[in-house]
Design a protein. Sequence first.
Length: 208
Amino acid sequence: MNRIVFAIFVCSLFLLAACGQKNASTEQSIQDIVSKQKAFNTTPSVTKSVETKTEPKKNATKEVVEEEPVEVIGEIPAFNKKCRYSTILYGGCKWTDDLNTNFILKIMNGGKRTIPGLWFIYTGNNGTTKMVRRNEEILSGGIRSFNIDYSKLVKDIGVVKKMEIYPIEVSNGTYACENMRVYTIPESYCKLASAIRVNEDGSVNQTG
């Protein structure tokens, strides 16, 4: 009897072990289950680049070449000898061509305030004068380059003997600052459009 009971017990153990192995074979780890799941977001991820904006330098000096303006006929500047803030500096001039028909004039604002404009007064060899007002601003420390049509000036007043530049200052009126002027003589002070080449004998090379 005891042998029969023992045999039944042993058979029961084998059956339980077989069932346990079967259940173990059907189990899946959490890693396996996750790896077999389909991704909900099938769109590939895109890394957004961050744009870096370069701020302009505060002290950067910009040179702007201006065209000769339309003449204001009959306008005469009011002069003031006591201007204090509208200081300008002469930056030189250079012919744009070998025929001396146009030249670039550079004027710099040497003061601490914005200059609202300039007066140009041209004097010809026959004493005739021509006055032109320019209303472009020049920032403090900034340079403005003006394109001067010299051939047109010669037609109007003859060879230019003096070109005076006056800064404009607004203080209880609008004035051309006589005490802050600069002047130039194109034929004498403007640089040549091309460098002069000298031959070995010291003569000027006319062919370039």
